[in-house]
Design a protein around this ligand. Structure first.
Ligand code: GDD
Ligand code: MG
Length: 365
C-alpha cells in the first residue's frame, strides 16, 4: 500500500485552552513533558507515515524552532502557512501543492490509538472519496455528528447540533482519509470548513463518503478538563498505578513522599515532608518546598511551590510561583509567570492570565 502523507491542522486559535496557550501553540503544549506534536510524530511513524504537512497559522516559529524539517525525529515535515485563518478545509487547499495521492488529515488536537492501517484498508475497499473516523461520545453536541447507513456510508454530517438534532452518539473524530479530487470542491484562499461546507456538499452530490467506526483510545485535548484527563490516562497507562518516572537527576528529600503514577522532570527539588500524589507531573527544574502537596496536578517547567502550599487537580504553566500555604484547587489554570502570593486559595476553575500577581491573602474562589 502506498505510504500516505498526513496533513495536521494546527492553525486554530486554541482559545479554550487559554491561558495555557497564550504563549504556547496547542500542538506544542506538553503532554507527559513532551510537546503534543512529538507524540503525534511517534504515532504516525508506527503507521509508516513519515511525510507530514503542518497546516499552521501565521506564526509557526515555535514549532519550526523545535521540529525544523523533522529529520531529527526521522520524518519529513513541510510547513503550509496561512496569512489569515482559512478554516479546516481552506488550510488543506492551501497545502495542495504538497499533496498528490490519497492523504490523511488530522485535527491537531486529537490523541488517539486508532488503527490507521485498518482505516486505510476500509477506505480502499469502499473505493471511498472520503473516509471519516467515527468514535462514540456521551455528549455529541460539542462535536460533528455523523449518521451512517448499514453499509457505513455517511448520510448526514451535522456540526455541533442541538440535542434535538442528535440522532447518534457517533461523532467525527477529526481524522479523514481523502482522495485528492476532493480539493476541487474547496475554493482557494477562502475560509471554508470540512465540517460545515465540504462534507455537506459532498453528501449532497452523492459522493462516496464512508465512516470508519473505532473503539480505540481517542480524546480531543483542546479543553482544560480533557487536557488534564489525557495526561492522567497516559500516566496510568505508561507509568502504572504506583510508579514514578524520573527524567533525569532530581533531589527528593528522604522524608518526602511520592505516590505514583508520577513523572518528575530533570533537576527538580522536592523538600522534606512534601507530598506528591499521582497522577501528577512536574516539568524540569520545579521546586517543591517543605510540606507542600501536589495532587493530580500538572506543572510545566521552572515552577516554585512554596512551603505548605497545596495544588490539587490544576494546571500550572511555566515559571509560576506559588506562595507559602496557598491553595490552587480543582480545575484552576495558571498561565506562564503567574505569582500567587502567600495565603491565597484559588478554586472553581479560576484562570489566571500570564504574568499576573495575586496579592497576599486575596482569597478567591
Ligand atoms: N490551519 C488551520 N487553519 N487549522 C485550523 C483552523 C484554520 O483556520 N481552524 C481550526 N484549525 C485546527 C485546530 O488547530 C484544530 O487542531 C483543528 O483544526 C480542529 O479545530 P477545533 O477548534 O479544535 O475544532 P473542534 O474541536 O471544536 O471541532 C472539530 O473537532 C471535533 C473532534 O475533536 C470538528 O472537526 C468536529 O467535527 C469534530 O467532532
Ligand atoms: Mg478540538
Amino acid at each position: 500500500m502506498t505510504p500516505f502523507k498526513a496533513v495536521i491542522l494546527v492553525g486554530g486559535e486554541a482559545t479554550r485552552l487559554r491561558p495555557l496557550t497564550c504563549n504556547t501553540p496547542k500542538i506544542m503544549v506538553p503532554v507527559l513533558n513532551r510537546p503534543l506534536l512529538e507524540h503525534f510524530v511517534d504515532y504516525l511513524k508506527t503507521h509508516n507515515i513519515i511525510d507530514i504537512v503542518l497546516a499552521t497559522g501565521t506564526s509557526p516559529e515555535q514549532v519550526q524552532d523545535y521540529f525544523g524539517d523533522g529529520s531529527k525525529l526521522g520524518v519529513r515535515i513541510a510547513y503550509s502557512i496561512e496569512n489569515l485563518p482559512l478554516g479546516t478545509a481552506g488550510a488543506v487547499k492551501n497545502a495542495e501543492s504538497l499533496l498528490d495521492d490519497s492523504f490523511i488529515v488530522f485535527n491537531g488536537d486529537v490523541f488517539t490509538d486508532i488503527d490507521l492501517s485498518a482505516m486505510m484498508r476500509l477506505h480502499r475497499e469502499n473505493k471511498a472519496t472520503a473516509s471519516l473516523a467515527l468514535t462514540p461520545v456521551d455528549d455529541p453536541t460539542i462535536y460533528g455528528v455523523v449518521e451512517t447507513d448499514s453499509q457505513g456510508r455517511v448520510r448526514h454530517f451535522i456540526e455541533k447540533p442541538s440535542w434535538d438534532k442528535v440522532t447518534t452518539n457517533m461523532i467525527n473524530a477529526g481524522i479523514y482519509i481523502l482522495e485528492p479530487g476532493i480539493l476541487s470542491y474547496i475554493t482557494p484562499n477562502t475560509f471554508s470548513m470540512f465540517e460545515r461546507d465540504v462534507f455537506p456538499l459532498l453528501l449532497e452530490e452523492g459522493q462516496a463518503v464512508y465512516g470508519y467506526p473505532f473503539q480505540d483510545y481517542w480524546i480531543d485535548m483542546g479543553t482544560p478538563d480533557k487536557y488534564l484527563k489525557l495526561q492522567h490516562d497516559l500516566l496510568h497507562r505508561y507509568i502504572g498505578n504506583k510508579g514514578t518516572k524520573f527524567e533525569g537527576e532530581s533531589f527528593v528529600h528522604s522524608l518526602a513522599q511520592i505516590e505514583g503514577p508520577a513523572i518528575i522532570g530533570e533537576a527538580c527539588f522536592i523538600d522534606r515532608n512534601a507530598i506528591m500524589k499521582g497522577p501528577a507531573i512536574l516539568g524540569t527544574r520545579c521546586r517543591v518546598e517543605e510540606g507542600a502537596v501536589i495532587q493530580g496536578a500538572i506543572l510545566w517547567q521552572d515552577c516554585k511551590i512554596g512551603r505548605g502550599a497545596k495544588l490539587r487537580n490544576c494546571l500550572v504553566a511555566s515559571r509560576c510561583c506559588i506562595g507559602e500555604e496557598s491553595e490552587i484547587l480543582d480545575g484552576c489554570i495558571l498561565g506562564d509567570d503567574v505569582r500567587v502570593e502567600k495565603g491565597n486559595k484559588l478554586s472553581n476553575g479560576i484562570k489566571i492570565w500570564p504574568g499576573q500577581t495575586i496579592e497576599p491573602g486575596t482569597i478567591s474562589s
